[in-house]
Design a protein around this ligand. Structure first.
Ligand SMILES: Cc1cc2nc3c(=O)[nH]c(=O)nc-3n(C[C@H](O)[C@H](O)[C@H](O)COP(=O)(O)OP(=O)(O)OC[C@H]3O[C@@H](n4cnc5c(N)ncnc54)[C@H](O)[C@@H]3O)c2cc1C
Length: 343
């Protein structure tokens, strides 16, 4: 049976895996990425919003030329609503771009440095004592082994590496999204009603837009049918803005925000969504993808340990998740009370 050898085995060829792969290849390391889909064809579901901070981090990692390659569209007005009340509407430094352009840029940057990626392949068993993984080619079902120095779970919100190394799947949230024709130039966020933590969004791009809903948690109905509630909320949102859904809805999972795990053993690490890094409840994850990949690469290359440099980020993520739940619950109560007084 075939055995491959590498310094770093990265499971998941998304934004996080390719960014880490790029940084390690730049330092001359022997890296292998396993991707369960076709890395060049895949099209990750994402609203496609990035901030000034994200573009700054991308420039630090990939160089100034990344900005012209990515050609992000600046959006200056963000409207934010809660239960029909406008909360803020102000100038912000947000940008949008099709997510595929971002993922392709990270992937091609890694490949240009001679990075290896094995498409349509995944890991089935991990032996923590021998640092080896049993892997499978998904199309042919052929088994192969990889002997690694370090293993990195960059396999997204439903991380298989987390399940195989800790026995538990990460906690997840749910999102639905669709692409629509452009109907306005502002970004719109609309908090979910009914004691539920999450957002509905309208994100304009140059030629089209995305609408979607991300559902993190319900205070009033924790066992709600996520998919059904999301469909109804998104349909109300579109209806109230005279938006018709012309394309099918697509669904995806994202981290819950309160289940961060950076490491599962001596040589097993997690980055991006697989680590559970997300802003609750907006669902923004790109900044944490970049930060976690950069900090893990730095620690491998002799810098501060990953866990130590990520500690403030981990706290920030967990605190934001806790605050979002409390804030939205309290705001709901206040609005309900106000509503009663007005009646
Ligand atoms: C609907 C939606 C909208 C979003 N909008 C925004 C936004 O506007 N701005 C923002 O900042 N963030 C947004 N996010 C979050 C952002 O997309 C994620 O945080 C980011 O994609 C995480 O990147 P990643 O590389 O960690 O994971 P992913 O992009 O999910 O990549 C994981 C990769 O691993 C592969 N994989 C999975 N399992 C295996 C396996 N077992 N074996 C091999 N490969 C595997 C997958 O195919 C994938 O290629 C959104 C998320 C969703 C769901």
């Amino acid at each position: 049976m075939e055995t491959k050898h590498c310094d770093y085995l990265i499971v998941g060829g998304g934004a996080a895996g390719c960014t880490l792969g790029y940084l390690l290849r730049k330092a001359g390391a022997n890296v292998l990425i396993l991707e369960r889909l076709d890395a060049k064809q895949k099209d990750k579901l994402c609203a496609g919003m990035v901030t000034d901070f994200d573009l700054g981090e991308i420039t630090k990692i990939f160089g100034e030329e990344a900005l012209s390659a990515l050609d992000a569209e600046p959006i200056s007005v963000v409207e934010s609503f809660f239960g029909g009340y406008e909360l803020i509407s102000r100038g912000e430094a947000f940008y949008t771009m099709p997510r595929k352009r971002l993922d392709d840029y990270f992937l091609n940057s890694y490949i240009k440095l001679g990075g290896q990626i094995k498409d349509l392949a995944t890991v089935r068993k991990i032996n923590l004592e021998t640092n080896s993984a049993e892997c499978v080619e998904l199309r042919t079902k052929k088994i192969f082994h990889v002997q690694f120095g370090n293993l990195i779970g960059a396999d997204g919100a439903t991380s298989t590496v987390r399940k195989l190394t800790t026995g538990k799947k990460p906690r997840i949230s749910f999102a639905l999204e669709s692409t629509i024709p452009l109907v306005g130039k502002n970004i719109i966020f609309d908090h979910l009603p009914d004691g539920s933590v999450g957002y509905r969004w309208y994100i304009p791009h140059r030629h089209d837009a995305t609408v979607g809903v991300g559902y993190f948690f319900s205070h009033t109905n924790p066992t709600a049918d996520y998919a059904k509630s999301c469909r109804e909320w998104l349909s109300d949102f579109c209806h109230s803005r005279a938006i018709s859904l012309t394309q099918p809805l697509r669904g995806a999972f994202l981290p819950a925000g309160d289940d961060v795990l950076l490491r599962a053993g001596e040589q097993i690490y997690f980055i991006g969504d697989a680590a559970g890094l997300i802003v609750t409840p907006s669902g923004a994850g790109i900044s944490y993808v970049l930060l976690s990949a950069k900090k893990l690469a730095e620690s491998f290359l002799g810098g501060t340990s990953y866990e130590e440099s990520m500690q403030p980020i981990k706290e920030n993520v967990t605190n934001k998740a806790a605050k979002a739940r409390t804030f939205q619950f309290l705001t709901n109560l206040r609005i309900l009370k106000l509503g009663k007084q007005v009646e």
